[in-house]
Design a protein around this ligand. Structure first.
Ligand SMILES: Cc1cc2nc3c(=O)[nH]c(=O)nc-3n(C[C@H](O)[C@H](O)[C@H](O)COP(=O)(O)OP(=O)(O)OC[C@H]3O[C@@H](n4cnc5c(N)ncnc54)[C@H](O)[C@@H]3O)c2cc1C
Length: 533
């Protein structure tokens, strides 16, 4: 039997020597697994509990359509994890021992405009400069300046991403000490659009970089997103986008192999409904089926701020109220995963071989207005379809000669026509595919079968993706850094409950495959007096 017998008093476990493990981790998303793997490597007995029948949360590869076609159901592009010491130093030997392999295509991102023109963002700066020069020589020179600045700021940005965030006051005071710090501070307050208007004159060049902000589920007009352009360009030039060989889920597989190798357990089908708290300290997790999983040292949880108060007894009501009030983006995500008879044929030609391919209108204003439509709860007037066909780079995921496509678009979570997503998602997917036909030949004939996840399905696969927000809570200025998701919870800890650590896209540094569970492991290791890898 897994875990310990149900305790007689709900929520209370008296005998710590009955513990199932030293550390219980709620949720097998990559962040929970990263935290678990670091602590297992530091000598702790960890037990990871997952509600789904599969592991990995947003980092999974599954046969969603036809047997033999393996699709990355959620994340497909691993960008920010490569600077994490987890992979940069191979701290836990995921690459050297547990089989994790990446390929880094030369062209991480390309915009394909409806009129057939294209703009690629290469790892090689001169190739990007040449691409931008097709539209504006002045903008090509401006890109050099932007990319220089991004490269100069990158080490400072990287140093903030994989550990608990610096308190906002201290961070502001530190930045205020130098001219460069003050400039970063200023850029951090600008919208992406305001920043782009300073650097670039051409509509399509602005739209290309503006679309990058959209990947954070925000309009380029959202204030305090300007720094994102520097982060993206800096990362893309320095690291590119990693395509995991075999699929996104190979990161999950490597983490699980590491945990098991260090004596840990990773268990599926266990839906936790409450953290067990005794005398102000987290001592385990209670499952919906009645089982208790007790933890001698600590509990780590993928607990969305909206459910924190319900799942953790004894938190100050003011802390709970602020957590419940965190804002989820009005821009939710819908995805289409297709098994294809053969590679995609772009009308713009074979040069369209990027990890992320953005299908864009001819006018930047159309993109900006589409985000405005969603601000008021409506559908965007122009579909903002992005896609990846990673079999271009990793054919091992499909039978010989075949291919896959992963396309996404942005929609409201609650439809303003009152209809349910379960009822309407396939009609919407067909509308997306029809739109893609403006850019790609042979659709829909090339599709053998497709699978569609509506924003509601996304929330079903992981409670982190609340309201179809793939970053858990919105990427707005007041929910960032040490204030993500709230000032109380920004240090990955919960005031009033010791030894409980939070992981999730709703924590710093935000949504994406960052391996940010490292920060929670650092916090726990510090409290437990453990050496850290
Ligand atoms: C469609 C889509 C596309 C994306 N594309 C990209 C991309 O290309 N690149 C990128 O960097 N990021 C991408 N992301 C974002 C990325 O997938 C997430 O930010 C990341 O997976 C978050 O990891 P996590 O471990 O924090 O949480 P999650 O992956 O959400 O994992 C949480 C896990 O905990 C489990 N869990 C939660 N509560 C309980 C409970 N009570 N009991 C038991 N188990 C529980 C869940 O079932 C889940 O398995 C995408 C997300 C989506 C939805």
């Amino acid at each position: 039997m897994l875990g310990c017998p149900r305790s007689s008093k709900p929520g209370i476990v008296g005998k710590l020597n009955m513990a199932s493990a030293d550390i219980v981790v709620i949720g097998s998303g990559h962040n929970g697994l990263v935290a678990a793997a670091y602590l297992a490597a530091a000598g702790k007995r960890v037990q990871v509990l997952e509600r789904n029948a599969w592991f990995g949360g947003g980092v999974v590869t599954r046969e969603l359509t036809v047997p033999g076609f393996r699709h990355d159901q959620h994340s497909m592009a691993h960008i920010f994890i490569h600077a994490n010491p987890l992979l940069a130093n191979d701290d836990l030997r995921l690459k050297s021992k547990y089989g994790l392999k990446y390929t880094f295509p030369e062209l991480p991102m390309m915009s394909v405009f409806e009129d057939g023109t294209t703009l690629g963002l290469y790892r090689d700066r001169e190739r990007t400069v040449a691409e931008i020069a097709k539209f504006s020589k002045k903008d090509a020179e401006s890109y050099r300046k932007l990319a220089d600045q991004a490269a100069a700021w990158l080490p400072m940005i990287v140093s903030t991403l994989y550990s608990p965030p610096m308190p906002q006051g201290a961070s502001a005071a530190m930045m205020d000490q130098s001219r460069e710090g003050r400039e970063i501070s200023r850029v951090m307050q600008m919208s992406t659009h305001d920043l782009l208007a300073r650097y670039f004159e051409h509509d399509k060049v602005r739209m290309h970089f503006g679309r990058v902000a959209g990947e954070n589920l925000v309009s380029p007009d959202e204030k305090a997103t300007g720094i994102g352009t520097f982060v993206f360009v800096g990362f893309l030039e320095a690291y590119g986008i990693g395509v995991p060989i075999g699929g996104s889920g190979k990161l999950t597989d490597a983490l699980i192999a590491c945990i098991k190798d260090h004596g840990g357990e990773v268990l599926s089908g266990i839906d936790i409904d409450r953290v067990i708290v005794n005398k102000g300290r987290a001592v385990g997790a209670h499952a919906k089926d009645g089982r208790d999983f007790t933890a001698k040292d600590a509990v780590i949880g993928a607990l969305h701020p909206h459910v924190l108060g319900r799942m953790v007894p004894g938190i100050d009501p003011a802390v709970v109220a602020d957590a419940e009030a965190t804002e989820v983006s009005p821009v939710a995500c819908i995805t289409v995963h297709a098994a294809l008879n053969g590679p995609l044929k772009f009308k713009a030609g074979d040069a369209v071989r990027a990890v992320m391919i953005e299908l864009l209108p001819n006018k930047y204003e159309t993109l900006r207005r589409s985000f405005d439509d969603m601000r008021y709860g409506g559908f965007s007037s122009y579909p903002l379809v992005g896609l990846g066909s990673l079999t271009m780079f990793d054919p091992s995921r499909v039978p010989a000669g075949k291919a896959t496509m992963h396309a996404w678009d942005y929609v409201p979570y609650s439809r303003n026509d009152g209809r349910s997503w379960d009822e309407t998602k396939r009609a919407y997917a067909d509308h997306m595919i029809k739109h893609m036909g403006k850019f790609i030949d042979g659709l829909p004939e090339n599709i053998i079968q497709y699978h569609c996840d509506s924003p509601v399905d996304m929330e079903r696969t992981s409670p982190s993706f609340k309201g179809g927000d793939l970053h858990g809570v919105a990427t707005t200025s007041y929910q960032l850094g040490s204030h993500r998701p709230t000032p109380d919870l920004g240090q990955m800890t919960v005031p009033g409950v010791e030894r409980l650590y939070l992981v999730g896209p709703f924590q710093h540094p935000g949504g994406g495959v960052f391996g940010a569970g490292r920060a929670a492991a650092l916090k726990a290791a510090e409290d437990l007096g453990l050496p850290f890898a």
